[in-house]
Ligand binder design. Structure first.
Ligand SMILES: Nc1ncnc2c1ncn2[C@@H]1O[C@H](COP(=O)(O)OP(=O)(O)O)[C@@H](O)[C@H]1O
Ligand SMILES: [Mg+2]
Length: 329
């Protein structure tokens, strides 16, 4: 395995201004000192409740936000700030798919135009797949050909090329978003809650086809979700995030079989059980976790103003890290 992206001690603070002079009086610590590594071809899950800082990490990674401090390395090269990313055409390598495809797809453009956009800026690579470089063509006929190919990959018929976003369902629009993201042969796709706005039945379809794309083209994914259940079948590694901090980090097995932080246990207990006979047991477990969360907060968090702040991560096995005071001993 080789390292694709490394994030080191990333902090993203948003200033809070107040008073007559509109001075900066405080900071919202959206992301507060997180580090992790995404390996080439792997899917990394980033999970936490709304407001925990997941989107801010995604935006810093693709270049929609400048970090306050810390480092982002892409194949060893520093791309922390937006200007460093621009200097190396980084956005052909790292693309984002948004939760809200309604607002991320231009309503006045046809599907063909939307997917062609990145092809026109970066050229049409000679082959589809993560990072295939070489010659890129800017010929219109190549662009048209590739748009049709991309529509086919995401399971949309060729005639959709001349249609507009409003003519599609949420699930179909997510497919269009993925086709656009795929167009530049990215090494990494950041998928920010890509199925959260979809009906359960459609969620499974979209997850399956994203998984297939990930496998077929060896693309790495940073898969963001508030729902641990959704990432279970997608990811190799997972980071659990709360109030801008990582509370637990490990392989998908570490998280699902050996969760150690109370916040991870809370997220696990919130996954609905499909098995009716398990529902009562699940309800009892949920109550137990809730009680532990309120009674033993000091074990898991420091106070930072009114906010709970997770301890630094401590290593418990080769792959598993938990934010406990002194590693929980
Ligand atoms: N542009 C911004 N200005 C000020 N605060 C922001 C901005 N973007 C996000 N935040 C705040 O940062 C925190 C993390 O937000 P976000 O990354 O969107 O979380 P998530 O994606 O996990 O829901 C939240 O408290 C949010 O209100
Ligand atoms: Mg978000």
């Amino acid at each position: 395995m080789s390292e694709l992206v490394r994030i080191e001690n990333l902090k993203v603070y948003y200033p809070v201004r107040s008073g007559f002079f509109n001075r900066i009086t405080d900071n919202i610590k959206a992301v507060d000192d997180v580090s992790f590594t995404i390996e080439a071809g792997q899917t990394y899950g980033l999970v936490g409740e709304s407001g925990s800082g997941k989107t801010t990490i995604g935006k810093s990674l693709v270049g929609l936000e400048n970090p306050t401090s810390g480092k982002i390395l892409f194949e060893g090269q520093e791309v922390t700030q937006i200007k460093q990313k621009k200097a190396i055409n980084y956005n052909k390598d790292v693309q984002m798919v948004f939760q809200d495809s309604q607002s991320s797809l231009n309503p006045r453009k046809t599907i063909g135009e939307i997917i062609a956009e990145p092809l026109k800026s970066f050229g049409v690579p000679n082959k589809i797949g993560a990072g295939y470089g070489g010659e890129r063509s800017f010929e219109q006929s190549k662009v048209d050909e590739r748009v049709l190919e991309l529509l086919d990959i995401v399971g949309l018929p060729a005639r959709t090329i001349s249609q507009y976003p409003f003519q599609f369902s949420g699930g179909q629009r997510q497919r269009i978003g993925v086709a656009r993201a795929l167009a530049t042969n990215p090494r990494l796709i950041v998928a920010d809650e890509p199925v959260s706005a979809l009906d359960l039945s459609v969620q499974a379809q979209v997850l399956n086809f994203m998984k297939k794309i990930q496998r077929d083209y060896a693309i790495s994914f940073l898969f963001i979700s508030h729902d641990l259940g959704v990432v279970k079948y997608m990811t190799n590694n997972i980071a659990i995030m709360h109030n801008g901090r990582f509370v637990e980090l490990g392989t998908t097995e570490d998280i699902f079989n050996d969760a150690s932080h109370i916040y991870t246990k809370r997220l696990l207990s919130a996954i609905p059980s499909l098995d009716v006979s398990q529902r009562e047991a699940k309800r009892v477990y949920r109550k137990k976790v809730e009680a532990e969360f309120t009674q033993h907060q000091d074990t898991y968090y420091q106070q930072d103003g009114k906010r709970l702040r997770a301890y630094d991560l401590q290593q418990v096995t080769k792959t598993h890290f938990v934010a406990l005071e002194n590693g929980g001993v």
